[in-house]
Design a protein. Structure first.
Length: 72
């Protein structure tokens, strides 16, 4: 598991969860890994179209914008 469930546990607590089960943190971590993998694959394509091998912030931002998502 690339995203440690303890990290997800902390995020869930910061979001207001009073208690978080191990199973809930593990499931959310698995989902977040899937989303991160998908965004990364799309960002790689953006970088390749620009003839780069390095994925830059702007590549990820473009993918997020296309997906209609935003991170402050």
């Amino acid at each position: 598991m690339a995203i440690h469930k303890f990290t997800v546990y902390k995020i869930m607590k910061e979001a207001g969860a009073k208690k978080v089960s191990d199973d809930a943190a593990a499931l959310l971590a698995k989902y977040l890994e899937k989303v991160a993998m998908d965004i990364t694959k799309q960002a790689i394509k953006v970088a390749q179209q620009s003839k780069r091998v390095t994925v830059k912030e702007r590549d990820v931002r473009l993918v997020l914008e296309i997906r209609g998502e935003w991170v402050d």
